[in-house]
Design a protein around this ligand. Structure first.
Ligand code: GUN
Length: 283
């Protein structure tokens, strides 16, 4: 069997068109949703991500502000920038691109963001809301995975979902979003003993460990849906996921490619969260 490929690019375009209707409705009321991205330093991967985020905002007619700070900027300077954006009525969403240079305390910076503008969904208030019920701002990557599953018509209720990875950005919120849809959820890490025993039991397998080609065909149940959140460079410098696409596509029922799977959805859901933030600010 060869898996059906979940085309994240096409689904992202469709979802962006849906959110553009909501953005246009705000514009008709004289409200332009605005997003600010703060980037500290010169990490090339972060620069590419931020450029793509700003481009997606422009595509939907959102206002975006791009703040660049030097890699040696002080924590006070960064916090002052966040505070200024908290108080800027043209900005509805604030995102501080991670990772930050080591001398800056990412948690402190995230907690300084007004939770009503926390479109990453990283603030403790929004993480807490995700645990107990519904957050207005689900973290963009897991939120994008949920929309991919929904748009592809993959049933979640009652299914066994296995998430490999336990990061605050992907693994933990991913598990909670699946749980809210009544999946039976197992969270594994790269260190889980006999990992394949767990992954082979998954109806829905989400790989978010950050290791190239970590999940291989022998670790996947026939017909499973395999979602690859990884973005890694292999020895030849090629972009690859956490899933060994060649072997897994022979076993899985559905699979996301890298690139062109989850990536376009992450950025789409950031735009969605920004539009929702603007709606909430003007309710
Ligand atoms: N770095 C990698 N992914 C993300 C993300 O979703 N948000 C932010 N702010 N930084 C990231």
């Amino acid at each position: 069997m060869t898996a059906q490929i979940i085309d994240g690019k096409t689904i992202a375009q469709q979802v962006r068109a849906e959110w553009k209707v909501r953005a246009d409705a705000l514009k008709a009321r004289g409200i332009i949703p605005g997003m600010a991205v703060i980037i500290v330093g010169n990490d090339p991967a972060s620069k590419v991500y931020v450029a793509n985020k700003v481009k997606a905002c422009a595509e939907l007619g959102l206002y975006s502000k791009h703040v660049e700070l030097a890699s040696d900027c002080t924590e006070a300077a960064l916090l002052a920038e966040v505070e200024s954006l908290n108080n800027d009525p043209a900005i509805h969403g604030i995102l501080v691109q991670l990772p930050l240079p080591k001398h800056l305390d990412a948690n402190k910076v995230i907690e300084a963001i007004n939770p009503d503008k926390d479109v990453d969904g990283f603030h403790q208030k929004n993480v807490g809301a995700l645990v107990t019920g519904e957050t207005p701002f689900p973290s963009c990557t897991p939120y994008g995975v949920m929309v991919l599953l929904e748009k592809t018509g993959i049933a979640i209720e009652g299914k066994h979902a296995v998430v490999v990875g336990r990061s605050n950005i992907v693994g933990k919120p991913m598990a909670l979003l699946l749980l809210h849809k009544n999946a039976t959820v197992t969270i594994c890490t790269s260190k889980t003993v006999d990992l394949a025993k767990h992954t082979r039991d998954a109806d829905i397998l989400v790989a978010a460990v950050g290791r190239a080609n970590f999940i291989t065909g022998d670790m996947v149940k026939a017909g499973a849906t395999v979602i690859d959140v990884g973005i890694n460079r292999n020895a030849e410098g090629k972009l690859v996921g956490d899933v060994d696409f060649a072997s897994v596509k022979e076993v899985a029922g559905y699979i996301t490619p890298v690139p062109g799977g989850v990536g376009p959805m992450t950025i789409t859901m950031l735009v969605a969260n920004t539009v929702r933030a603007a709606e909430r600010a003007n309710a």
